[in-house]
Design a protein around this ligand. Structure first.
Ligand code: PEP
Length: 251
């Protein structure tokens, strides 16, 4: 039985004051016991969030880490070992905004995945197709390539301590959501690709859906058999909305 995970990706949003306000709201939420909940603030606010969420069962994670696992001479980067030191549990790798805007490659993403795991963090590997790729019928091909790059580099066993997030690029921040059936098709393909190498790892692997998830569409999405929770962007900046999404994952 996979425990659902709902993770809030705050992206590059927040100030000390707005973060404090959001945490105040999160602290007041009644969260379902069967759901693991995490927030992923900008790096700058990690310490504040860890401190202010103390005692609340919400894990903290980061949105990116360096390809180099350990601290050293790499200006502007943050090492997975430093994130671990800051009490992070999760780290996103390969978010489409980083792949597309910053040109991160599958190989770099695989190195970040490895760096995260080597420091005791759980990577959340983001995969997903663009609208153009979907319209060209390449969705499963693209997702399989992104997932395969990590499997090839690290072996499928690495997914025993990781999470995958399927996020169609065309659904991120656009208000467009994949239908539950569209999402389920891709989630099932992700699990099948892992199962082809290790059925047990595939059975335990949590595959999250991300892309304009809101309280209003979460129940239907999370009701699909291979959707094990969500990666939530915009809606995670509103504590009540995020709480409602977490409760939907507990249904
Ligand atoms: C995301 O950025 O991971 C995301 C899913 O964003 P949104 O929910 O705003 O589409």
């Amino acid at each position: 039985m996979r425990r659902p995970l709902v993770a809030g990706n705050w992206k590059m949003h927040g100030t000390r004051a707005s973060v404090a306000e959001l945490i105040k709201g999160l602290r007041q939420l009644a969260l379902p016991a069967g759901v693991e909940v995490a927030v992923l603030p900008p790096c700058l606010y990690l310490q504040q969030v860890v401190h202010e969420l103390h005692g609340k069962s919400i894990a903290v994670g980061a949105q990116n880490c360096s390809v180099e696992p350990m601290q050293g001479a790499l200006t502007g980067e943050v090492a997975a070992s430093q994130l671990h030191d800051a009490e992070c549990v999760f780290v996103l790798v390969g978010h489409s905004e980083r792949r597309m805007v910053l040109g991160e490659t599958d190989q770099q993403v695989a190195r970040k995945f490895e760096a995260a795991q080597s420091c005791g963090l759980q990577p959340i590997l983001c995969v997903g197709e663009t609208l153009q790729e979907r319209e060209a019928g390449e969705t499963l091909l693209v997702v399989s390539r992104q997932l395969g790059a990590v499997i090839e580099e690290l072996g499928v066993g690495a997914f025993a301590r990781a999470v995958v997030a399927y996020e169609p690029v065309w659904a991120i921040g656009t208000g467009l959501t994949a239908t539950p059936q569209q999402a389920q098709e891709v989630h099932a393909a992700i699990r099948a690709q892992v199962a082809a190498e290790n059925a047990e790892v595939a059975r335990g692997l949590r595959v999250l859906y991300g892309g304009s998830v809101k309280a209003a569409n979460a129940v239907e999405l999370f009701g699909m058999s291979d959707i094990d929770g969500g990666l939530i962007g915009g809606a995670s900046l509103n504590a009540d909305e995020f709480g409602a999404i977490c409760r939907a994952a507990g249904n």
